[in-house]
Design a protein around this ligand. Structure first.
Ligand code: ADP
Ligand code: MG
Length: 424
């Protein structure tokens, strides 16, 4: 007998009636016709009464199987983890996303074996006893730090075996990360502006008070104030460029530019200031033109930032070069490289260099007029141009920054290739 039949109230009623008949026979000590008729009547009555309950006739098996398959396929394609547990919190069903997140999740095993979070387990108990939906937060630390919102709802089982609980886990990790980045960004930008502002205010007060009549001190202080004001201007310029580039990030550039000509222009412009810092910039022009679809102003900023970094943090001999490469996936690309023979960058810093305000040594970046936004601007500009940035470095030997962009007019350049090292 199947579970459904065993639990049917109709059969329970019939069984009770049959039991009563048995008792009556035992008490009367005989079995005559009126008693048999009364007994059969009681069985039918019991069955009929019980049959009026919530359980309907079982659906046709073929239809049930088909609907079950559809439900399972649907569940398998839900990208968020979904888990169904019965009233004893044993796992009834879990989709692949749930099993991937909680490898210890197995059918007919307690949910607590796979998910030990007390808040979620208490939530499930509460939903099972009250029937009211609940939302709780869940954070995992291993293998990755992730945050979920768990929606728990009560679900009456179609076979009448009571109420079960459905857990739906919504991944909030990236939303939380973006929010944290926004908060960090505002805090960093305010801090970067507040520092020179505090210096300016300090000197203004000194000039208004104790140093009012001190002419040499006034000259010195005014120079410091100029440097600080310039630093604030640079920071605001960088912040504005970054937000402008981000706004246009999804609009493909319409112009066509020769990257070789832009690079030469920048090498010529940056040569003298580099020499003043004791560095020389060499330029290897290959077989141009190196045409790319792009916005000349943005690409000039990209090249400028990379050469500037090589001068500021690398020094010595800097070489800028252009070449072509054939990428099996992305097609023909133009590659601009900026190499220096400076102190290099430790590998743990490299993936983070394109983060806003990330600097290996904040004081030395500030002393060289850095804002920590240069490579973030480079990265966002390249996203717009379907370009890539790679930075390779060996401590004590130097750094090579490479930018690759699809060659204009070359055969299909593959799918949009905006990805590169480091988060936004
Ligand atoms: N060629 C390089 N050699 C060594 N360090 C570098 C080089 N380029 C960049 N860096 C490091 O990366 C950090 C981030 O660069 P960037 O985003 O351009 O900011 P900024 O130049 O304003 O400091 C720099 O502060 C520096 O520490
Ligand atoms: Mg820079």
């Amino acid at each position: 007998m199947s579970d459904r039949l065993r639990s049917s109230p109709a059969w329970t009623g019939a069984a009770i009636a049959a039991g009563l008949l048995g008792v009556a026979v035992a008490l009367a000590g005989r079995l005559d016709l009126p008693l048999i008729l009364a007994g059969l009547g009681a069985i039918c009555l019991g069955g009929w009464l019980g049959g009026r309950g919530p359980v309907q006739a079982p659906p046709r098996p073929a239809a049930t199987t088909q609907r079950h398959a559809v439900a399972e396929a649907l569940l398998a394609h839900v990208p968020d983890p979904v888990i169904l547990v019965d009233r004893r919190t044993l796992v009834v069903e879990a989709n692949p996303a749930a099993r991937a997140l909680l490898p210890a999740l197995h059918q007919a095993r307690p949910l607590s074996f796979a998910l030990r979070d007390p808040e979620v387990l208490d939530g499930v108990e509460a939903v099972l006893s009250s029937g009211l939906p609940r939302r709780v937060a869940l954070s995992t630390r291993v293998p990755l730090e992730r945050t979920f919102e768990v929606q728990i709802g009560a679900l009456p089982m179609p076979d009448g075996s009571g109420v079960s609980a459905l857990l739906f886990l919504r991944d909030l990790t990236s939303a939380r990360r973006l929010e944290a980045m926004r908060v960090d960004f505002v805090a960093n930008a305010s801090h970067e502006l507040r520092t020179p502002l505090a210096t300016l205010i300090g000197f203004i007060e000194t000039l208004q008070g104790p140093a009012r009549e001190d002419v040499p001190a006034r000259e010195r202080f005014l120079e410091i104030m100029r440097v600080q004001a310039l630093r604030m201007t640079r920071l605001i310029d960088d912040l504005l460029s970054l937000s402008r580039i981000e706004l246009r990030e999804h609009v493909a550039p319409t112009g066509v530019v020769d990257l070789g000509a832009l690079a030469r222009q920048m090498v010529d412009a940056q040569g003298p200031p580099a020499e003043a810092r004791g560095a020389t910039i060499g330029f290897t022009d290959g077989h141009g033109p190196y045409r790319v679809a792009g916005d000349a102003d943005e690409l000039v900023r990209v090249i400028e930032n990379l050469i500037e970094n090589a001068v500021k943090y690398g020094g010595g001999r800097i070489s800028v070069g252009l070449s072509r490469e054939e990428d099996p996936r992305l097609g023909r690309r133009i590659v601009l490289s900026v190499a220096d023979d400076g102190p290099g960058i430790a590998p743990e810093h490299i993936p983070r260099l394109t983060e806003r305000f990330y600097r290996i040594d904040v004081a030395s970046s500030r002393a060289r007029g850095g804002t920590g936004l240069g490579l973030a601007i480079v990265k966002h500009s390249l996203n717009r141009h379907r370009g890539r940035l790679t930075i390779e470095s060996t401590l004590g030997q130097g750094t090579v920054a490479r930018v690759s962009l699809p060659e204009y007019g070359a055969a299909h350049a593959g799918p949009a290739a905006a990805g590169q090292a480091g988060p936004p």
